[in-house]
Design a protein. Structure first.
Length: 115
């Protein structure tokens, strides 16, 4: 029984390893969506929430249009996870809402009008 479990675990590990190798071959997806915010400080906070995140190749938020453009590897990270990371630092997007206490901790000038 224990042996079977170990065998199963190694098969799963091997399979996920093969998966991530497939992903590292430069598969890229580009998405644009709305993230609510006000200023250059928001831009910094929003963009740095995706800095050094595995699977994210680029992240750019435009102050004027509130448009977030991300380029990422969909086999490493999902769009949903990306939006959640942005919500975690206090910013609402078209589908994910930041927690009130995180929003309330934003700098006064960054407390954008919530959708
Ligand atoms: Cu701001």
């Amino acid at each position: 029984m224990k042996f079977t479990l170990t065998l199963l675990t190694s098969i799963i590990l091997l399979a996920s390893c093969a998966n991530s190798q497939e992903g590292s071959q430069g598969e890229k997806q580009k998405e644009t969506f709305t993230v609510y915010g006000n200023c250059g400080m928001c831009k910094k906070t929003i963009e740095s929430s995706l800095e050094d995140v595995a699977g994210v190749n680029s992240a750019d938020w435009e102050i004027e249009s509130h448009q977030m453009s991300v380029q990422f590897n969909p086999s490493t990270i999902t769009l949903d996870e990306i939006k959640q990371l942005i919500a975690d630092v206090g910013y609402d997007s078209d589908s994910h809402r930041a927690k009130d206490e995180v929003y309330n901790n934003l700098h006064g000038c960054c407390q954008y009008e919530r959708p």
